[in-house]
Design a protein. Structure first.
Length: 159
């Protein structure tokens, strides 16, 4: 049996989401795959157990960031995954834990993980202070559902 390929790519969805997010945050810059903070690179502290996005094992590249580049002021980091992605989910979860860790110099106030399938968002998590914020995650999932953006997860349960 031939397997059907999905007709959308995570890169195109990430771009469309970034354009939408940019409209919501006047006075902020929205960038994709951003690894800089002024002249500095977003690098993890030594001894970090977080997997990285570069071949040197030091830098991380959030899919979408909302920030003020010149200050620096980091508000929101978004990681977007396609449903069925074979890379470990833990990679993106740990990345958001690191990006929102208040003990790193470039910490983002909020991190959001979205897993997207053709039916909508099948999983969302909100991070703050280096951990999943379950209250904010539930609130965000309810907003996605109310907006008609929530999809079904593999087990049929909405998240």
């Amino acid at each position: 049996m031939r397997r059907r390929r999905s007709c959308w790519s995570p890169i195109s969805v990430t771009h469309l989401l970034a354009v939408y997010v940019e409209r919501q945050f006047s006075g902020w810059q929205v960038d994709g795959n951003y690894d800089r903070l002024g002249e500095r690179t977003l690098r993890l502290p030594r001894g970090s157990t977080i997997s990285t996005d570069d071949h040197l094992g030091k830098s991380i590249y959030p899919d979408i960031v909302v920030h003020q580049r010149d200050i620096p002021n980091n508000l929101l980091a978004i990681e977007l995954r396609k449903d069925g992605n074979h890379q470990l989910l833990e990679h993106d979860q740990r990345k958001l834990q690191a990006l929102t860790d208040p003990n790193v110099w470039f910490a983002y106030a909020i991190g959001v993980l979205l897993i997207v399938g053709q039916g909508g968002v099948s999983l969302s998590e909100v991070y703050a202070g280096g951990v999943i914020d379950s209250t904010a995650s539930r609130w965000f999932a309810e907003r996605l559902d109310a907006g008609g953006l929530a999809g079904k997860h593999d087990n049929g349960a909405q998240h």
